[in-house]
Design a protein around this ligand. Structure first.
Ligand code: HEC
Length: 129
């Protein structure tokens, strides 16, 4: 047999990386948060603005589906820390309600949507005025 027998749990290449290969549990938690938010903490459902499945609402709300987890997490952290200053009334506030685990879960969830989500609509249609 000539099958490449790499165990799927092998993560040595990314062992020092903060964003490990997401577990199904992490993705599931991200999905719940994205779809329902967390009323106790006041976290809104991301999907209310970013669309079901994170497809976005062009041109005002960016898509999240298929974005690399570290990109999504990084943007949220930049808001948390005050380096990203746009969206003062929405994303700045929401990012501060999220803890590291929630960010990791949301980022993992949106990343894996890339495989099945439709491509963002009308990307070549930017100069439509
Ligand atoms: C009330 C609407 C609303 C909700 C709810 C919302 N967002 Fe956003 N989000 C936005 C808007 C609008 C932007 C674009 C901000 C800008 O750049 O001006 C954005 C931007 C982002 C970005 C940056 C994307 C990029 O490529 O720049 C991320 C990441 C993000 N949101 C994640 C989330 C997550 C995770 C949640 C759920 C906890 C969430 N958002 C809930 C409206 C919302």
């Amino acid at each position: 047999m000539s099958r490449t027998s790499q165990p799927t749990t092998q993560t040595s290449k990314h062992a020092s990386h903060r964003w490990r290969i997401p577990t199904p549990q992490l993705v599931k938690r991200g999905k719940e948060l994205a779809e329902s938010g967390n009323t106790t903490k006041g976290i809104p459902a991301c999907g209310a603005c970013h669309g079901a499945g994170g497809v976005g609402e062009s041109p005002t709300v960016p898509y999240l589906a298929g974005q690399y987890a570290h990109y999504t997490a990084f943007e949220l952290q930049m808001w948390q820390r005050g380096f990203r200053r746009n969206s003062p009334t929405t994303m700045t506030l929401f990012s501060k309600l999220l803890d590291d685990q929630e960010i990791a879960a949301l980022a993992a969830y949106y990343q894996q949507l890339g495989a099945s989500a439709p491509p963002p609509a009308q990307r070549s249609d930017r100069h439509a005025d």
